[in-house]
Design a protein around this ligand. Structure first.
Ligand code: NAD
Length: 449
């Protein structure tokens, strides 16, 4: 009888395991390249044919992942992208990196995980490792994914499989790099892994240990899922706290940024978080509510998460109120004013628009009668999303263009904005990131929000 664990461990050790990555986005693509660079043969699966075509041609669609890196692995035949899910049957390890958004009722939408589960199930057979990397509520790996694998749809397998014996299942936490922090990459950030059984953990850990500097084992998939949520909730709550203090101190005429800089000098017990125009990205505005939803099943209301969500969601409205006050000081109103939003991405130096507060700002300002444009060197055109159809193109930052606007709002503090030019040429600046002060550019026409 085949010992599937030993066979997989040997394949991982000898780098002759075939790795399949489902979902080639911000998480899946860098991960696929990391495995390919380590020496594995990687097949990337995505339902988006445009992405598959681009990758096949050695092109990139994520700003911080150079095409050269992709091309190199494609040419070495270490990386291949496809939308043919039947190739899943050849994979030894399958890693799922599909989206986990909220639906319009702000409840978890795990349909992408279910769809991946179904695809895997169609081609599943004993001897494989499956790892979920999508952020989700504790219990998803076991309750949602495992049933697809225990009873494969694959007609060749006419039997119930035992997880931990016939196949192996794990959840892995933390994605790769933060594009704004070159000190850490997909490879160097420790990864927390939990297996459904001890053997599942051993098998998953053995694979990730070949490509990642440090893996942290935990006792179950649930603990690993909860670890990811704890980190996201921690940030959401702390950002909400400084956002609330920003609004209080603003009323008192105290600059929150100066307060944080001073507080940071305490060598222990305080970690700096910064206020902003609102939460963005795929994790912090969304993942905490996965726990909120699951907690209801246990008759618990997650008050901290809800409160943080409320305060963070309010921030674009606070910024709009500050814009209104700044315009008012100049005998203008939002209605009819020309307003330029600087930065569409949700954080600096990236091209990621997901949940970006800049989009919300544009929407609110347009609703109130402003004529709004944006400028973002990373995002030449605002693509239509499920929530927003803004139909805008990035405006070039020239002195002449800047002078046309009644107000310029710094929403995302990209490093490559020409702050001197903006400072000199704008009629009025609303700074949500304290960026001008940090650069020593201070005058009466800059308002903080
Ligand atoms: N584990 C972690 O620590 C961690 C960290 C950050 C993000 N995440 C999570 O990883 C997941 C992916 O995030 P992302 O930023 O890469 O998202 P993304 O939107 O950038 O990429 C997801 C990709 O999956 C593809 N896709 C959707 N449905 C598919 C299907 N059924 N089969 C194949 N491909 C499919 C999409 O076309 C897209 O290319 C999310 O759940 C996110 O919360 C996890």
């Amino acid at each position: 009888m085949i010992n599937f664990k030993t066979t997989l461990l040997e394949k991982f050790q000898n780098f002759n395991a075939k790795i399949g990555i489902i979902g080639l986005g911000y998480v899946g693509l860098p991960l696929a390249l990391e495995f390919a660079e380590a020496g594995y043969k990687v097949t990337g699966f995505d339902v988006d044919s445009d992405k598959v075509l681009k990758l096949t041609q050695g092109e990139t669609y994520i700003n911080h992942i150079p095409a050269k890196k992709i091309k190199e692995q494609v040419e070495r035949q270490r990386f291949f992208a496809t939308n043919d899910f039947s190739l899943l049957k050849e994979m030894d390890a399958i890693i799922i990196c599909v989206p986990t958004p909220l639906n319009k009722y702000r409840e978890p939408d795990i349909s992408f995980i279910e769809n991946s589960g179904k695809e895997i199930s169609k081609y599943f057979k004993p001897g494989k490792l499956v790892v979920l990397e999508s952020s989700t509520y504790p219990g998803t790996t076991e309750e949602v994914l495992k049933p697809f694998l225990d009873r494969p749809i694959n007609e060749e397998i006419n039997a119930e499989l035992t997880c931990g014996k016939d196949y192996f299942l794990a959840f892995k936490s933390w994605k790769g790099r933060n594009p704004n922090n070159p000190d850490y990459t997909t490879k160097t950030i420790p990864k927390v892994i939990g297996g459904y059984t001890k053997d599942c953990l051993d098998v998953a850990k053995s694979l990730y240990d070949r490509v990642i500097v440090k893996t942290i084992p935990v006792s179950s998939t649930k603990v690993a899922e909860a670890t990811k949520l704890l980190e996201n909730i921690y940030r959401s709550v702390n950002i909400a706290l400084v956002n609330e203090l920003k609004m209080v101190f603003d009323r008192m005429g105290i600059d929150i940024w100066e307060v944080i800089e001073a507080a940071k000098t305490k060598p222990f017990g305080f970690q700096a978080f910064y206020p902003g125009p609102g939460l963005g990205g795929h994790c912090i505005p969304i993942d905490p509510f996965y726990l909120t939803w699951k907690a209801r099943e246990y008759e618990i209301t997650t008050k901290f998460i809800e409160l943080a969500g409320e305060i963070n969601t309010m921030q674009p409205y606070f910024v709009v109120q500050k814009i209104s006050e700044a315009l008012n000081d100049n005998n203008k109103t939002i209605k009819g004013s020309k307003i330029l939003i600087l930065g569409a991405a949700y954080k600096k130096n990236i091209d990621d628009l997901r949940e970006s507060p800049s989009l919300k700002l544009i929407e609110i300002l347009e609703d109130r009668g402003a004529i709004v444009d944006y400028s973002d060197p990373y995002i030449p055109v605002l693509p239509n999303t499920r929530k927003y159809q803004l139909n805008l193109k990035s405006v070039e930052l020239t002195s002449e263009n800047l002078q046309k606007y009644d107000a310029v709002v710094l929403s995302t503090d990209h490093d490559n904005f020409d702050y001197d030019l903006i400072y000199k040429s704008s009629n009025l600046i609303i700074d949500t990131r304290n960026a001008f002060k940090v650069k020593g550019l201070v005058n009466g026409k800059i308002y903080k929000a």
